[in-house]
Design a protein around this ligand. Structure first.
Ligand code: PRT
Length: 106
């Protein structure tokens, strides 16, 4: 998914805040609150894991889309953005996960 597509989806999700929960799934999620959004994210993560251990790799794709979508809703609900995540990933650039783990143990 192109970065601008994710940015557009993020903007659309934000625009649903305060919207009609009967007309918009995202507005309904915002109305239901952070814990419900987090629960949905967890469910989508589990569904992604189930698809991942199945025999058809292509089954991962729709679950991954649900997962990313619900993550964007969670970030928006928390007043955070994809740019916050990008900044954190940029901060980690060049630092191997193995190296970082070793530093934690020091
Ligand atoms: N990308 C998505 C997207 N991915 C998944 N979903 C919805 O996420 C829900 C997840 O499925 P579930 O069966 O788990 O949901 P549920 O039946 O409501 O589950 P419960 O909460 O009742 O347990 C489904 O209703 C999907 O349609 C999405 N809903 C919306 N979008 C995007 O968000 C935009 C705004 O959506 P609305 O706010 O609904 O206009 C859309 O134009 C899309 O671009």
């Amino acid at each position: 998914m192109a970065s601008d597509q994710l940015d557009a989806l993020e903007a659309l999700i934000r625009s649903r805040r305060g919207g009609d929960p009967d007309a918009s799934y995202v507005a309904r999620l915002f109305t239901r609150g952070r814990a419900k959004i987090a629960q949905k994210l967890g469910e989508e993560a589990v569904e992604t894991v189930i698809a991942a251990v199945g025999s058809d790799p292509s089954a991962i794709v729709p679950e991954a889309a649900d997962l990313v979508f619900h993550l964007l809703v969670l970030l928006a609900d928390a007043g955070l953005s994809l740019d916050d995540v990008r900044a954190e990933l940029a901060r980690r650039e060049g630092l191997s996960g193995l190296e970082e783990k070793a530093q934690r143990k020091e």
